[in-house]
Design a protein around this ligand. Structure first.
Ligand code: UD1
Ligand code: UDP
Length: 365
């Protein structure tokens, strides 16, 4: 049976996850007829188009153009548009990746239309329901027929929620498929020269609402970055949510005067990998960056109180430091003095996760 597979993406971290699958479908034209749908959750060129170009993604077959909004608005808009599309298109399978609002919206529409659903990156749990992504993960997994996991702990989480073991497939990490494919290419990036990063430097990304939407928390994190930038140059591509908060809270002017903190626009995937590879330390609250630094062997300090990706801590280079000034500075100093955490690459983070997923999907009756 040739399967028409509707692949739903919407936000920056979705693009590197779907890219290796799009390549694999094309290797099996007798089995798959893939359709790529971009919801438009992220729409700035440097949050979307740039990634399509650098990851070699095909132009989306359908662009829903939903844009920004509150959680309910954004989720609802994706659902309304996707439902129209699926009623017309009648796919045999819907594939969603990650944990953003577009992921959960795609899952809900598929489930209500009784279209089989696959979730790539299933079973991650921070066990923190105040995190919007955690709600998206729980809902998406509850509705999925195929749950593709990146680590063994994910299976345990899913079984605890009553999900049938037969639906769970430990396949590895598609994000790392993309990293391994493009690592050599990323090292040709001239971003370091452009930013004048000739010696040691750190790389910073922040965008979690719990960090940047709360004035006091954001101020505390920034005060730690202020201390660190006096000892280590920091490159900080600023996510649009974070930029808006820096301005709204009146922090932008002061922070942009700190001499060794380089506030820049969000960078493309290749520049991001290049910067992470050469960094002495990465300070982040990103999900994907915790995984990428583990594979690159770069010490990562996660500015959160928990992680849904514990394998990056138990096996990789990740340390959870919370949002306290003292701990962030203390751990950053360790890395500056050459005592950053080392680790190993988790099982199946080997560049072949998409291949394993396609193997499972090919067997569908
Ligand atoms: C979203 C995801 C988050 C993911 C992150 C990756 C949800 C609930 N959140 O968070 O899980 O880690 O993407 O980057 O799905 N904006 C722009 N231009 C854009 C996109 C957004 O200016 O292209 C601004 C808008 O003001 C918007 C805000 O950023 O309101 C937040 O965007 P949104 O997609 O709602 O959430 P993110 O914080 O990006
Ligand atoms: N990334 C990027 N440019 C940046 C910041 C991050 O290309 O300026 C990449 C990063 O390397 C990783 C992905 O974006 O591949 C992670 O996405 P993000 O942090 O937005 O979302 P999360 O993983 O937290 O959901």
């Amino acid at each position: 049976m040739k399967q028409r597979v509707l692949n739903v993406v919407g936000a920056r971290p979705n693009f590197m996850k779907i890219a290796p699958l799009m390549v694999e479908y094309r290797k099996h034209p007798a089995h798959f007829d893939p359709v790529l749908v971009h919801t438009g959750q992220h729409y700035d060129d440097n949050m979307s188009q740039l990634f399509f170009d650098q990851l070699g993604l095909p132009k989306p077959d359908v662009y829903l153009g939903v844009g920004s909004g509150s959680h309910a608005e954004q989720t609802a808009k994706v659902m309304v548009e996707l439902e129209k599309l699926m009623l017309k298109d009648r796919p045999d399978l819907v594939v969603v990746v990650g944990d953003v609002n577009s992921t959960m919206a795609g899952a809900l529409v598929a489930a209500k239309l009784c279209v089989p659903l696959a979730h790539v990156e299933a079973g991650l749990r921070s066990h923190d329901r105040t995190m919007p992504e955690e709600v998206n993960r729980v809902v998406t997994d509850a509705l999925s027929d195929y749950l593709f996991t990146t680590s063994e702990d994910a299976r345990v989480n899913l079984l605890r929620e009553g999900i049938d073991d037969g639906k769970i497939h430990f396949v590895g990490n598609v994000m790392i498929d993309t990293l391994l494919k493009l690592k050599a290419e990323s090292l040709k990036s001239e971003i370091r020269q452009r930013l004048g990063l000739t010696g040691k430097y750190g790389f910073v990304t922040l965008h979690r609402p719990s960090n940047v939407d709360v004035r006091e928390t954001f101020a505390e994190i920034l005060s730690a970055l202020d201390v660190i930038q006096k000892e280590l140059v920091l490159a900080f591509p600023v996510h649009p949510r974070t930029k808006a908060r820096l301005e709204e809270f009146g922090f932008w002017e002061e922070v942009s005067r700190w001499p060794n903190l380089k506030l820049i626009e969000p960078v493309g995937y290749l520049d991001s990998l290049c910067l992470m590879t050469g960094a002495t330390v990465v300070l982040t609250d990103s999900g994907g960056v915790q995984e990428e630094t583990t594979v690159l062997g770069t010490p990562c300090l996660t500015i959160r109180v928990n992680t849904e990706r514990p394998v990056t801590v138990t096996e990789g280079t990740n340390t959870i430091v919370g949002a306290s000034h003292a701990r962030i500075v203390e751990e950053a100093r360790k890395t500056i003095h050459g005592h950053g955490k080392r680790g190993r690459v988790p099982k199946y983070w080997d560049g072949r996760a998409a291949e394993r997923i396609i193997e499972v999907l090919r067997q569908r009756k």
